[in-house]
Ligand binder design. Structure first.
Ligand SMILES: [Zn+2]
Ligand SMILES: [Zn+2]
Length: 258
């Protein structure tokens, strides 16, 4: 929990000074991306300032190493990466990977080559380091009315997967992107990871206080946590709620989900 609070603090400090992105967005562009299932935000459109980016990568890496989430060898690789010019290229590959994987899965392109830094530790580092920049971009698109019709289980902004959800007062389920925190409505009982919609193949259970819920898919064995906002006094806070529900992760993993 301390680890996540420290990561969040760095994000808060950085995010405030990131400019809003300027990229063209209108109903026709939205419709085209929706039809192609491709994310709206190109890597080139993210307002990345190299000195800010280097700083946030270094600070996040320091925190992750201090809490043992980054090994010494990986930490040294990150330090080297922060010094040379390839940092932006590496992050560009990381950013585009989910959209390329998705396109390959539906037969629209070759499978992407395994990224250079293909371990969970790097993915975690890049996710937290890019979050302030991507969240800023998501703020812009979150306001767009066209988002209401986005039917895909991956994020309209960045192509990332949801890693949390919220049940709204209207009993809709909104997915929350694990990279940019965009929220969008999705069918309440369809697995966003494999699209299984057979209700007998989805195990759902709540915490005793009814505040959180887990949807576990018996087809792909992945699970998604949700904050139940129907009787809640406050809005969902994805990072905080993600940490508060670590015992639910343990319960889901114990039942064989991942
Ligand atoms: Zn996203
Ligand atoms: Zn599934």
């Amino acid at each position: 929990m301390d680890l996540h609070l420290e990561l969040l603090e760095v994000q808060r400090r950085v995010q405030g000074r990131i400019p809003l992105p300027s990229f063209e967005l209108n109903a026709a562009i939205f419709a085209r991306h929706q039809a192609d299932a491709t994310p709206l935000l190109r890597f080139e459109d993210i307002p990345l300032e190299l000195s800010d980016l280097r700083l946030v990568v270094r600070q996040m890496a320091d925190i992750l190493r201090r809490f043992g989430a980054l090994e010494e060898k990986e930490y040294q690789q990150v330090q080297a990466l922060g010094r040379d010019a390839s940092l932006t290229a590496v992050l560009g590959d990381w950013y585009r990977a989910p959209a390329l994987r998705h396109a390959a899965a539906v037969g629209h392109g070759p499978a992407p080559a395994a990224p250079l830094h293909d371990t969970g530790a790097f993915d975690q580092l890049f996710t937290v380091a890019m979050r302030p920049f991507l969240s800023r971009c998501a703020e812009v698109i979150q306001q767009r009315p066209e988002l209401a019709s986005w039917p895909h289980p991956h994020c309209a902004v960045c192509g990332g997967e949801p890693d949390f959800a919220v049940i709204t007062s209207a009993a809709e389920r909104h997915l929350i992107c694990g990279r940019c925190a965009l929220r969008w409505k999705f069918e309440p009982l369809t697995c966003p990871y494999c699209r299984n919609s057979d209700r007998t193949q989805v195990t759902s259970f709540a915490t005793p206080d009814g505040q959180y819920r887990v949807y576990a898919c018996d087809v792909c064995t992945r699970y998604l946590k949700a904050y139940d906002g129907r009787r809640a006094a406050r809005p969902v806070m994805p990072v905080v709620d993600g940490v508060a529900t670590l015992p639910l992760d343990a319960a889901a993993i114990q039942r064989g989900y991942s």
